[in-house]
Write a protein that binds this ligand. Structure first.
Ligand code: ADP
Length: 537
């Protein structure tokens, strides 16, 4: 018989502090200066956070809302909360006020921990948050802001707290974190991660065919810790004993470049961040001197981004797909031997897919009747998944989020090929259904952004009397250009059948985005409707 080794997240930070104590952890603070730390110091402070929370009356299972950028201090909070037996409810500052109010009340947050610059968000909504007992501002006494709120200073709170008390122990299936989906339709839904699901997910994600993380890496999560479990990076890095760079709140391309050049070997973010960085590199004729791998997910990554990173800057792209409900990793596009054997150009085509899942994630595609579809590289179906870190039931929901066989419907439409590589073609709500056939909006957008004058593109369906729906393409031009629509159409003609081509291509000043930076098709369709848009004859 083997020992019973509880899969609790505190053990991950213990491991880093014990076996990789002096690995540098560097971050830009909200107050301004660069902070230099180590896993040993993050561990000590996390213990102090846990002790402080307990001294304020936090009990096992209590929920604490955290609204903070990626900083060194945030890492100690990330571990201090579950270390006190509590649950870390990550809050996205870009959410609308009424959504924040809804999720904070729905999750029954008792305390809020918030970055200095984000406090005004709570000043505006506190009247609608009857359950909040304490607000802790994540700064030291010298930087405490003027506020009408009754607040506690984080620095004062943890000062003098013991840094060696054991983490609150318990069953590995106890809750550890909560993240709400952005709720593009209806109310946001809470996904509750357990200690066990987070540990298993981090183990699976670190594997060589996934993010391949090691103690030789220096990891910079650009993706905020509040987006989909922080893509697990705050678990992966200490588990591997990697060093870290934390960018703080400056998400500008020059700001990120400065941080990347501090020795970062691995980084992660959504595609729009990288579009901006690549433009900055090109304009300034800059190079990336240490970066080796970049994880790109959350939305489809255009081929041009992959190609530029790899060919111009020598940085390997890992195109990934996932969702809040999956902790979030679903698949990563790394090369199996079958793909490694292909010529460069064909490998790039494979990188338009989101790759294959790690052990712990299973998937399949089905038709509208729920029947399994073949993995032939052409048949599209609804993508279903199950796994060790996939949602079973949303917080406080009356029913499971999975079907009778335990499969969770991702809401995505996908194709799977014979090698098990998954190509996401659409959200099921965004797929364009013309004459009974499906047209991929994602593919159309990726094709359009390959034009040098196109900054962003969105393909949406508009109602049509004969074909049910027809595609139209909205384009945001690169500043100072006016893209030629005939040229864009020619690009599309190389990829799409005639009947799949958009009925209209038009310019817009901007596109609506969700709180996680994705194009909101729902809002765009509504905009067109409100404007009385009609298809050209
Ligand atoms: P939010 O919308 O709040 O960011 P999620 O991160 O959970 O929430 O979004 C998950 C969804 O994002 C997926 O279901 C999928 O539609 C989309 N997505 C994620 N990665 C990719 C990708 N590489 N290609 C296409 N779509 C993606």
């Amino acid at each position: 018989m083997m020992q019973n080794f509880p899969l609790r997240v505190g053990g991950i930070l213990d491991h880093a502090a014990r076996y990789h104590p002096n690995r540098p952890i560097i971050g830009r603070s909200i107050e301004g200066p660069i902070v230099n730390s180590t896993w040993a110091a993050v561990h000590r402070e996390a213990k102090q956070v846990a002790a402080a929370l307990k001294s304020l009356g936090i009990k096992k299972g209590d929920v604490i809302g955290v609204m903070a950028w990626n900083t060194v201090r945030h890492l100690s909070v990330w571990y201090g909360i579950p270390g006190a037996g509590a649950v870390n409810h990550t809050l996205n500052p870009r959410l609308f006020a009424d959504q924040l109010v809804y999720i904070i009340n729905h999750a029954e947050d008792r305390f809020i921990m918030v970055d200095l610059d984000l406090l005004p968000i709570f000043e505006a909504i506190i009247d609608k948050l009857p359950n909040i007992e304490k607000i802790i501002v994540l700064t030291d006494s010298a930087h405490m802001p003027e506020t009408k709120l009754d607040v506690i200073c984080y620095g004062d709170l943890i000062e003098g707290q013991p840094d060696n008390e054991p983490w609150v122990s318990g069953d590995e299936n106890e809750p550890c974190g909560i993240c709400y989906t952005s709720g593009t339709t209806g109310d946001p839904k809470g996904v509750v991660y357990t200690h066990r699901s987070n540990v298993l997910h981090a183990l699976a994600a670190a594997a060589p065919d996934m993010v391949n993380m090691s103690s030789n890496d220096c990891v910079m999560p650009v993706v905020p810790l509040f987006h989909a479990n922080g893509w697990s990076i705050a678990y992966n890095a200490p588990m591997a004993g990697a060093s870290m760079v934390l960018p703080g709140r400056d998400m500008s391309a020059p700001g990120l470049y400065e941080m990347l050049e501090m020795g970062v070997t691995f980084t992660a973010a959504v595609p729009t961040i990288w579009l901006g960085l690549l433009q900055h590199l090109e304009a300034g004729k800059l190079s990336l001197s240490t970066l080796k791998r970049v994880l790109i997910g959350g939305a489809s990554c255009p081929r041009a981004v992959v190609e530029t990173f790899q060919k111009v800057y020598g940085v390997q792209v890992l195109h990934a797909w996932g969702m809040t409900e999956m902790s979030p990793l679903g698949t990563i596009c790394s090369f199996k031997p079958e793909v490694n054997a292909l010529p460069d150009d064909e490998r790039l085509t494979v990188q338009e897919t989101v790759g294959h899942p790690p052990y712990t994630v299973d998937m399949k595609i089905v038709n509208d009747m729920g029947e399994d579809l073949p993995w032939d590289g052409v048949t599209q179906g609804r993508l279903l998944t199950k796994g060790a870190a996939v949602v079973q039931r949303y917080l406080k929901a009356k029913e499971d989020a999975v079907n009778k066989d335990g499969w969770f419907d991702t809401g995505d439409v996908a194709i799977i090929d014979a090698n098990g590589y998954v190509r996401i073609t659409d959200r099921s709500k965004d797929v364009i259904k013309s004459g009974g056939e499906w047209i991929s909006s994602i593919e159309m957008e990726n094709c359009a952004v390959a034009h040098p004058d196109v900054a962003e593109a969105a393909a949406v369906a508009v109602p049509h009397p004969k074909w049910d729906e027809r595609p139209v393409l909205a384009i945001v031009p690169v500043e100072g250009t006016s893209p030629n629509t005939d040229e864009i159409m020619s690009l599309l003609e190389k990829r799409f059948a005639k009947w799949q081509l958009p009925d209209d291509i038009f310019m817009v000043d901007d596109l609506p985005h969700t709180a996680t930076g994705k194009i909101s098709k729902l809002e765009l369709r509504q905009r067109l409707k409100d404007q009385g848009y009609t298809l050209p004859k």
